[in-house]
Design a protein around this ligand. Structure first.
Ligand code: PDD
Length: 287
């Protein structure tokens, strides 16, 4: 059969995607009252499972929700999604909403049964053509709410920013607030200056990227100087290298920002090295 349907998981059931449904009164739909995680899959194995599990639990806790199952049980579901879809490379999405409300009500109901949704997307992550070509970035205002450290599905500002970049003939948007870059639409932002790695420090203003943390660890092991601080558009335009990081991209080079070439206008050496080491190390602990 050509393009067989994906098997997804919804509230206790593995189903073909066309048969998977969710209530119109789910608070995830009505209020984006839901959180999610994205795990990369390489060689049929999930990367960085412990860190993603911990961040999921934290996101839920910040919204007054508990993990709907143990970390082990969740990992089993994620692995089953990989297996049932024979996923070799791509991503597994885990989404948890507060659940279905009896009435549409802004007050947050207590004690709802959360909706749990898992699905996969096949994608070539290692031989991603962008890794050799590089990304062109557009800077846009950051119009998001102030709890960007919580990984919620309230992603409209990011979605519109990404589309704005595509409409301008670019590949990605980095968001700017009070004169400093916060992060990309679905990734953390890095620049390299005088061989130093610069990325914004953790706070409620950005998502605490799992890939970011691992790349910083690798940078320390390589004896690269790391500065966790805000950086301006001007600094970015003049950077020696720039890149993004996320579970879906690993480290991916940025070759231009607002039409300014970064370095030579080609993917940078440090970025490529970090990317290669990240993939190698992440595979060692993949499950
Ligand atoms: N996005 N910043 C934002 C706003 C993100 O949405 C993401 C991840 C990251 C990187 O986090 P991590 O390294 O843990 O993936 C930073 C995922 C991939 C997504 O929404 O598809």
């Amino acid at each position: 059969m050509l393009n067989p349907e994906r098997i997804v998981y919804v509230n206790g059931h593995f189903l073909p995607e066309s048969q998977a449904t969710i209530s119109i009164f789910d608070r995830g739909l009505l209020f984006a009252d839901s959180v999610y995680e994205v795990n990369a899959v390489l060689q049929g194995k999930l990367l960085e499972t412990a860190a993603h599990g911990q961040r999921l639990e934290r996101s839920l806790r910040e919204l007054g929700m508990a993990m709907p199952m143990t970390h082990t049980a969740l990992l089993e579901l994620q692995r089953e999604i990989v297996q049932r879809n024979q996923l070799d490379q791509g991503m597994v999405y885990t989404q948890i909403t507060r659940g279905v409300t009896p009435q549409r009500d802004f007050a947050v109901p207590q004690g709802l049964a959360p909706s749990v949704i898992l699905f996969s997307m096949a994608k070539e992550l290692i031989n991603n053509p962008v890794a050799t070509r590089g990304l062109k970035v557009l800077l846009v205002p950051d119009i998001r709410w102030q709890r960007r450290d919580i990984k919620t599905t309230a992603l409209l500002a990011q979605s519109l920013a990404k589309q704005q970049a595509l409409d301008a003939g670019m590949d990605e948007a980095w968001m700017v607030e009070k004169g400093f870059i916060t992060e990309g639409t679905s990734n953390n932002a890095f620049i390299v200056k005088e061989n130093k790695l610069i990325t914004r420090q953790l706070s409620n203003e950005i998502l605490h990227g799992i890939t970011r943390a691992s790349l910083l660890q690798i940078a320390h092991e390589l004896n690269l100087v790391v500065e966790e601080r805000p950086f301006t558009p001007e600094e970015a335009y003049q950077a020696q290298e720039a890149f993004i990081s996320s579970a879906a991209t690993f480290a991916l080079p940025v070759i231009a920002i607002d039409g300014h070439n970064i370095g030579t206008g080609k993917p940078g050496m440090i970025t490529q090295r970090l990317r290669a080491i990240y993939i190698e190390k992440a595979l060692e602990t993949a499950l």
